[in-house]
Design a protein around this ligand. Structure first.
Ligand code: BEZ
Length: 220
C-alpha cells in the first residue's frame, strides 16, 4: 500500500448494507480504517470518538468507513455498546463498518502485521487508516499497533493539509501546522512568481548556510 496507489474496487458487507467501494465513494474523500476486534476497549474509544466528530468529516467531503474481521451481527451489537459508552454521538451511528469475515480485504489492503501475515486465517488486523482521494488514490496512511489508539484531531489535521495542497500546489504544511498557521512555499517556486501567487506577502529566512529555502506565507 504505497502512497498514490489506486485502491482497488471491492465489494463488502457493512452495517449499512452491501457496498461496492467506488460507487459508495462517489466524489468524496474516504477515511477507511481497520481495527483489531469488536468488543475491545481501545477500539470502542476510537470508533466512538470518530463517530462524535463525524460532522467534521462531512464538512470536509469525507466519508468514513470502518473495517474489522468480526461478523456483521457483532458489529451491530457492538455499535450499541459504543453509543452507550460515548454518550455524545448524535442520532444514528454515522458510518458503516465492514465485516470482512474471511479476511479477503484485510489481506488485499495490507492490514495484517508481519508476524500475523503467516497466519491470515486467525490474524487480527492492525489499526490501519487510509485517506483516499476522490480519484481512489491512497494519499496518506497511518499504521498503529493494537496497543495505541489513534487521534481524531490528527486525522482531521492531515485531511486539511492534503486538501489545502491540492488547492494550492505551490505550498506544503510544516510540522505541527494547523489551519491558519503559516505554510511553506515549495523550493521549486521561482522567486519572480511569488508576488502574483501570494500577493498578501512572503517572509524569507536566510539560513546559516546562506540558502533561502524557508519562505513562508499565510496568504492561502
Ligand atoms: C483494544 O481495542 O483495546 C485492543 C484490541 C486488540 C488488542 C489490544 C487492545
Amino acid at each position: 500500500m504505497r502512497l498514490n496507489t489506486v485502491i482497488p474496487n471491492f465489494e463488502a458487507q457493512t452495517t449499512q448494507g452491501p457496498i461496492e467501494f467506488y460507487k459508495w465513494q462517489g466524489n468524496s474523500w474516504v477515511v477507511l480504517f481497520s481495527h483489531p476486534a469488536d468488543f475491545t476497549p481501545v477500539c470502542t474509544t476510537e470508533l466512538g470518538r470518530i463517530a462524535v466528530h463525524a460532522p467534521e468529516f462531512s464538512k470536509r467531503n469525507v466519508k468514513l468507513l470502518a473495517h474489522s474481521c468480526d461478523a456483521l451481527q457483532d458489529h451491530v451489537d457492538w455499535v450499541n455498546d459504543i453509543k452507550s459508552y460515548c454518550r455524545d454521538i448524535p442520532g444514528d451511528f454515522p458510518y458503516p463498518i465492514i465485516s470482512d469475515h474471511d479476511r479477503t480485504l484485510a489481506v488485499k489492503l495490507d492490514m495484517i502485521d508481519e508476524e500475523n501475515r503467516k497466519n491470515p486465517d486467525f490474524a487480527l488486523t492492525v489499526r490501519a487508516l487510509y485517506i483516499i482521494s476522490p480519484d481512489h488514490r491512497l494519499r496518506l496512511s497511518f499504521l498503529y499497533p493494537a496497543s495505541t489508539g489513534r487521534n481524531v484531531d490528527e486525522i482531521l489535521r492531515v485531511i486539511d493539509s492534503l486538501q489545502l495542497v491540492d488547492r494550492v500546489p505551490e505550498i506544503a504544511t510544516p510540522a505541527n501546522w494547523v489551519p491558519g498557521d503559516k505554510v511553506m512555499i515549495l523550493p521549486t517556486v521561482p522567486e519572480e512568481d511569488l508576488p502574483k501567487l501570494f500577493p498578501g506577502g512572503v517572509d524569507k529566512v536566510t539560513m546559516p548556510s546562506g540558502q533561502v529555502y524557508v519562505r513562508t506565507t499565510t496568504d492561502y
